[in-house]
Write a protein that binds this ligand. Sequence first.
Ligand code: C2E
Ligand code: MG
Ligand code: MG
Ligand code: MG
Length: 309
Amino acid sequence: RSKEAGRDTYRFFTAEMNARAIEKLDQENALRRALDLNEFVLYYQPKVELSMGRITGVEALIRWRRPGHGLIAPLEFISVLEQTGLISEVGAWVIESACKQISKWRRSGIGEIPVSVNVSGRQFSQGTLNQDIIRATQENDVHPELLEFELQTERALRENSIDSDLLELEMTESSLMTHAKKTAGILQRLKLLGIRISIDDFGTGYSSLAYVRRLPIDVLKIDRSFIAEITTNSADAAITTAIIEMAHSLNVKVVAEGVETVEQLDFLRERGCDEIQGYYFARPLPAHEIAKLLLSGNRFLKPAQSLIV
Ligand code: C2E
Ligand code: MG
Ligand code: MG
Ligand code: MG
């Protein structure tokens, strides 16, 4: 009997593993076509300055409209893009789309809205790009991945005649660390273009503020895992306070991610945090919703009474 049960279990696991493997392969194949089929879309989440309650810019966040699956969040596919090397191509699309959007908002009279773009460490690493894909989608030469990222950024900016001050790149702390050596040089060159550099999810990796001093960093984004319990967990409160103070002493701006409550907002404002981003003010929204928000006069915030000091 027990032998049979064992066999059943075995069979059950194989079936399930097969199903999962097939599903993963399906997803990968679908991702390979997603760019050509125009299935990616950027949502934008506003960042709000705490002193004046003003929207200072938006962060571009990718979504995948996968037919039959709805709108898929980046955490479900970014790592697959990284593993398959597709990230460079999709990353280039993100930068280009963000620049096109900046240009669109400007042409429609909304104004010059700064957009931050998330960049995978992989986009900075030297692995070879899928040259076929590059050739199919880009009219220009194939470059080494490191250089290419830079050139595509430059080109995306140039083609849309965007002032590079409007583009801000976000990288996580851990990817900065992993690729620290290569990254430093690239960041310096991006800096020369006028692009601002921010460290995303700060506090979750291994880097210290020493890195912030050595690299041309403009902004630290405190990870939302610290913000979540900022008003109830004294360690998180202390860490957040310390990050804000040290960042300011290094002349670096601080953005708090994932602000959902007025209590969190009040705490952060008392500690001198520069900007917040979070559901408390707005979720990531499609471009036309952002346009409505900006046009409706909410460029200067009202919703949170406590925002008006
Ligand atoms: P991130 O760059 O740290 O972006 C912030 C994430 O927090 C977003 O999730 C946003 O929707 C979410 N968020 C914002 N406010 C709140 C809040 O108040 N509460 C909660 N619970 N969540 C909030 P999203 O859009 O799912 O993106 C997840 C991550 O995927 C991003 O984290 C970023 O690391 C990555 N990602 C997104 N777009 C891109 C992209 O174009 N390229 C790359 N390489 N990575 C991207
Ligand atoms: Mg980000
Ligand atoms: Mg983040
Ligand atoms: Mg995050």
